[in-house]
Structure formats: structure tokens, C-alpha cells
Design a protein around this ligand. Sequence first.
Ligand SMILES: C[S@@+](CC[C@H](N)C(=O)[O-])C[C@H]1O[C@@H](n2cnc3c(N)ncnc32)[C@H](O)[C@@H]1O
Length: 268
Amino acid sequence: MTIQLLAWRTGMRRTVWLAVAVFSTAGFLSLAAAPVLSPSEAFTREDARKTAQAGSGALAPVYGPLAGQIVEDYGLAEAEGIGIDLGGGSGTLILELCKRTRLHWVDADINPHVFPIFLKAADEAGFGGRVSAIFADAQALPFRDNYARIVVSRGSVQFWEDKPLAFREIYRVLAPGGAAYVGRGFSRNLPAKVARAVREKQKSDGRGGPPPYDPGETAREFESIMKELKIQEYRIDRPTPPGAGDVNYGVWVGFHKEPLQTCRGKGG
Ligand SMILES: C[S@@+](CC[C@H](N)C(=O)[O-])C[C@H]1O[C@@H](n2cnc3c(N)ncnc32)[C@H](O)[C@@H]1O
């Protein structure tokens, strides 16, 4: 089975048509085409630099614990296959996930300027052969159905214009029995003292502090999307570790794709 990703410019500089054609040995299955903004115009090198700066600066202490929690929650230590970080940016979370798993990790981001930063860091960390990068809009993912063991995403969901469509795409590319963990903020295993220091550092790094939002409202939005997509097995996470009541730990949704039913008939 192969995936063919066809992207071409129309000549009018503003539009890139992204078309994903999925073929199987049985032949052509489906063709989905969606217009997306030209990445070179909408998402800049400067955006990528700022994302990388935040990842290696104020937010640096966040990724190790988050990766540890994800690996533990979803039993990834010995898992084989593909992991996708959607809106992975400069890939700090991916590098932490590489340390803790054997999966091949894909940085799927709408800003292609993040990829050189990510790939250089991965190579320097010794994970060059364990990672890939691809231009991707969350709302039109360039992966075949049932592709990934896990999809993670931190701090990107708030930028997705059509969140139900993006979650539908995530569900589509998950392998049966696979899981997704999507949200913003911190993991529940991040000590309150560290979380507080991160928030303080974000305020003083000249970028106006963490973006204000109501995690309760986002939780309700996640819940309504899960219901709309008829995803049965999901969990909304509002991490509140002991002594951390004054810190916004953010909000996450974790969900599974139904495993394939095995046929256990009486033989014959
Ligand atoms: C705040 S950064 C977070 C980066 C990284 N996940 C982290 O935690 O360090 C948000 C990232 O989401 C990406 N992004 C925004 N909209 C997107 C979309 N529709 N599809 C895929 N990626 C998107 C941005 O390019 C950026 O790299």
C-alpha cells in the first residue's frame, strides 16, 4: 500500500492545493482535496524561531514529564510503529518521546520553517534515523487511514480553525487500538513548583506571558467534539496536582480508536 501526496501551486501565489490520494492493492480508494494557505506566506521563519525559543527556554522543563506521562498512560515503552506529533513545532516533545520509546516519530506541522530546526536537533541528539517531518494541516492530514499507533499534540489545538474536522482526521489516521492525546499546558506529573516557575518565566520573557484562556471552556469544547464524532472511549484531563491550585495546568483530551474485532468462532 502506498500513499501519494500531491501538492502543487496553482500559479496564483496564495493557494496550495493539497491532495491526498490513497491507493491499495485493490486499486484507487479515495481522493480528498482541500485548499490551504501557502505555508511560505502564512507561517514564517520568525514564528518557527519563536516556537523553538519557547521550547528550549521557558517551556523546556515541561516536555520530559509530559513524554513520561504519555509513554506510561499509553504503554508505549515497547510499542512498534509510528507516532505523530501534530503541530510538533521544533520537536522538543518528540526528542523526549524518542528517548522513551522505539517508535518512529513524525513532526506534522503547518509551518515548514520548523523542520530544519527540528531535524538538526534530532540529528544532534542521535535520533536522526528515528524521526521524519512533513508539512501538514491538522484539518487535512497527509497520512493514510489506520497509520499511527499514537498521535500527540501539545499547544497547537487552539490554532485549528475547524477542530471537529481535525479530530476526525486524527481518528482516521489512528490504527485500530491506537490512541491520541491532544491539548495544551502541562502534564499531571509536573511538580507544582516547576509549573509555577515556568509560568513566571513565561511572563518575564518579553512575550506577554502565557496566552489567557478558560480551560473549563476548552474541556467542554473537547467533550462536545467527542460526542459529535461518536468517540466512545475518551477522557478529559484537567491536571491539578497537589498544591498547584493557583497554576493553570491546561486541558487535554485522550481517546482511543476501537481495536479490530477478532473472530473467535468455533472453527470451520
Ligand atoms: C505553540 S506551537 C507548539 C509547538 C509544540 N507542539 C510545542 O509544544 O513546543 C504551535 C504549533 O502548531 C502549529 N500549527 C498551527 N496550526 C496548525 C495546523 N492547522 N496544523 C498543523 N500544525 C499547526 C504551528 O506551526 C506551531 O508549530
